[in-house]
Design a protein around this ligand. Structure first.
Ligand SMILES: [Zn+2]
Length: 199
């Protein structure tokens, strides 16, 4: 046996202690993922481009209003699903052609805000954020698929997105799941801060 090989017992011990640390010191992070795409009820969907054709299903505003009233009466819901538009941007799906259904899940992670990225001086405070920041998460490898396909992550109340695919790390390569995300901050035009273009 080569001397560099790590004993299985050590790997197991390492794995267990890492999971204990995540359990004891981790914080709940909200992960959002897409579960369903329903075709927009208000416009014609284009399968070829996976987006809206920009054509309304209704010929008149009255027709759309009637559909909306029928929907509200039959379901008891009040969300806007039918609204007349001429040609262009569908007000219901914003021209996506579908209505996305998202689900949320809470995942325990070790959270590490990187507040010192070269000259960008990314700063995170409890009150909010003054510029884009990187954040590293360490969590259980069983969440790999969830992070791989997630559409957004909320960390400490800050909306983030993945900056690179999740990666397995640790002894034996299966101990930890590393997730690197970046805060989704849109700076106002008045801001004088200089920011690197991350996208
Ligand atoms: Zn639409």
């Amino acid at each position: 046996m080569p001397r560099t090989r790590i004993h299985t017992k050590s790997k197991d011990r390492f794995k267990r202690s890492m999971r204990d640390i995540i359990r004891d010191l981790g914080r709940q992070v909200k992960v959002t993922y897409l579960i369903k795409k329903n075709e927009c009820p208000n416009c014609y969907y284009d399968k070829a481009t996976d987006s809206s054709t920009g054509k309304c299903k209704w010929r008149t505003p009255l027709e759309a209003r009637t559909k909306q009233q029928e929907y509200e009466v039959s379901t008891g819901k009040v969300d806007l699903r039918y609204k007349f538009f001429k040609v262009g941007r569908c007000p219901i799906c914003k021209n996506l052609g579908y209505l996305a259904l998202y689900k949320k899940r809470w995942v325990k992670c070790l959270v590490n805000w990187d507040t010192d990225i070269d000259s960008n001086q990314a700063i995170y405070t409890q009150a909010g954020k003054s510029s884009a920041s990187y954040v590293d998460l360490k969590t259980d490898p069983r969440h790999f698929e969830l992070f791989l396909h997630c559409s957004g992550i909320e960390i400490d109340g800050v909306n983030c997105r993945m900056s690179s695919p999740p990666a397995m790390r640790g002894l034996g390569n299966q101990t930890l799941l590393l997730v690197r995300a970046i805060s989704d901050v849109k700076l106002t035009k008045r801001s004088t801060e200089k920011l690197k273009d991350y996208i």
